[in-house]
Design a protein around this ligand. Structure first.
Ligand SMILES: NC(=O)c1ccc[n+]([C@@H]2O[C@H](COP(=O)([O-])OP(=O)(O)OC[C@H]3O[C@@H](n4cnc5c(N)ncnc54)[C@H](OP(=O)(O)O)[C@@H]3O)[C@@H](O)[C@H]2O)c1
Length: 425
């Protein structure tokens, strides 16, 4: 008996590994894997991995509809035609392995429901944090625990840019240009630098962590294009570093899922995640604090996760069973950003004269925001007040900043950034 595997669009590193490790994979699965076909968009294109030309086609739907195929592997990306192809495969009871974070975050419930109805597997380990085993630990290893919080660096491009800004003092534009030159950023970097990619991953993580349906539309998203060298320097002065974080929290009767730049203490495990690496920090009731770290992208590392899923679904297939579902029984509402509880770091350009601090402190009191620390830097016209708050609802912090912006003793609100990674509640 063999498992006929269909690669419907090539992460060619997966095909290379299937043939290079054929004997080992067959032994691990209990039957050989056979590549039944490979769909691509441009068949004439030179590939890093040699594939029998007879297997290549541009008609993905015809491949997916074949009766002699057990597993469909989708690494096309995007919403269509990927969604139609995967729904066709699942409805025909084929197992699906996908790396498609955008589709899972936009319409994951439709795919899960089709998989459940057909009794088919839907695995997607590579969709979040590339090579890092993360979704299966959340779905299976932590199934007996209660996850409270997930804090992740899940986009390598933005981590590389912010790391460069921190270590070399570069501005955003220069750091982006360097990331592009090194192949860490796309020619059009919007999906990464505006946080869309991280938001899709945050939705997938939140759904698995909290057993609740979460889509990309539920995620509050801010990118890193507004982060300045001044923000980075402010973080440094506080003993912090700026990271683009995906934050998933359970509390207040719902889930809060957000992606934005934030300062975290340099002592936090995520602060040491450099260059284009990814890491996800999980806080669970019994397990405590867990950290998952590794390569978040790249053809070969991502192929490891895809292949791991292929082996898992092939084993299930042979055993006549399917893996565990992503349960959504908790069905918690997604809370608006205003209800997220966080801390702010605020730098204000102020006049250095008596009474200014009292007026500023009054503004915080009006919004019921408690101040944790105040520091004055510079003198005269260069005076800057740096304030770090205690935890408060984001809406209260935001309206306090709006208030500060209109005050005559405040010349400018120079920098506002959320502070994460240590709770004071
Ligand atoms: N690359 C990574 O590091 C990485 C990591 C994690 C997850 N992912 C996910 O993997 C997916 C693909 O990303 P990628 O960066 O590898 O994209 P990519 O380089 O653009 O590759 C997409 C592949 O899909 C093929 N394709 C596109 N449209 C097709 C269609 N209509 N029919 C058949 N084949 C089609 C392309 O064929 P041609 O080669 O002929 O154009 C290409 O081989 C995305 O969902 C992404 O989020 C990628």
């Amino acid at each position: 008996m063999s498992v006929r595997q269909l690669i419907i669009a090539a992460l060619f590193a997966v095909i290379g590994a299937v043939s290079a490790q054929a004997a080992d994979l067959a032994a691990r699965i209990g039957a050989p894997l056979e590549v039944a076909g490979v769909a691509v968009r441009r068949p004439g294109r030179a590939r890093a991995v040699a594939v029998d030309p007879g297997l290549i086609t541009t008609d993905a739907m015809a491949l997916v509809s074949r009766d002699d195929v057990d597993i469909v592997v989708e690494v096309i990306g995007g919403i269509e035609p990927a969604r139609s192809l995967l729904l066709t495969a699942l409805r025909a009871r084929k197992a699906v392995v996908t790396a498609n974070k955008a589709l899972l975050a936009e319409d994951g419930m439709t795919l899960h429901s089709a998989a459940r109805s057909a009794g088919a597997d839907l695995y997607y380990e590579a969709s979040v944090a590339g090579a890092i085993p993360l979704l299966r630990p959340l779905r299976e290893s932590l199934a007996g625990d209660a996850v409270h919080r997930v804090l992740g660096i899940v986009n390598g491009t933005t981590n590389y840019i912010l790391d460069q800004m921190d270590t070399s003092g570069a501005g955003f534009a220069d750091a982006l240009e360097e990331a592009q030159a090194l192949g860490y950023a796309e020619a059009d970097p919007t999906a990464d630098v505006e946080g869309f990619d991280a938001a899709a991953k945050a939705a997938i993580l939140a759904q698995l962590a909290f057993h609740t349906p979460v889509s990309a539309a539920d995620v509050h998203r801010e990118g890193i294009t507004w982060v300045t060298p001044g923000d980075i320097a402010s973080a440094r002065a506080l003993g912090h570093v700026v990271k683009l974080l995906a934050i998933c929290e359970r509390g207040n009767g719902g889930v809060s899922v957000r992606v934005h730049p934030a300062m975290i203490p340099r002592s936090h495990p995520l602060a040491g995640v450099r260059e284009a690496y990814n890491a996800v920090f999980v806080e669970a009731e019994s397990a405590g604090r867990l950290m998952f770290y590794g390569a978040g992208a790249g053809g070969v590392p991502t192929a490891s996760a895809v292949l791991g899923d292929i082996v898992a679904v092939a084993r299930n297939r042979l055993a006549g069973t399917r893996g565990p579902d992503a349960t959504t029984y908790a069905d918690l509402p997604a809370l608006p950003m205003g209800q997220a509880r966080t801390r702010y770091h605020i730098a204000l350009d102020v006049a250095d004269k008596p009474g200014v601090l009292a007026r500023v402190a009054e503004a915080f009191a009006r919004h019921d925001v408690s101040i944790q620390a105040v520091r004055q830097e510079g003198r005269g016209d260069d005076a800057q007040l740096v304030i770090v708050t205690h935890t408060a609802p984001d809406a209260a912090l935001a309206s306090c900043v709006t208030d500060l912006d209109t005050m005559d003793v405040v010349r400018a609100v120079a920098s506002v950034m959320r502070v994460e990674g240590e709770s004071d509640e």
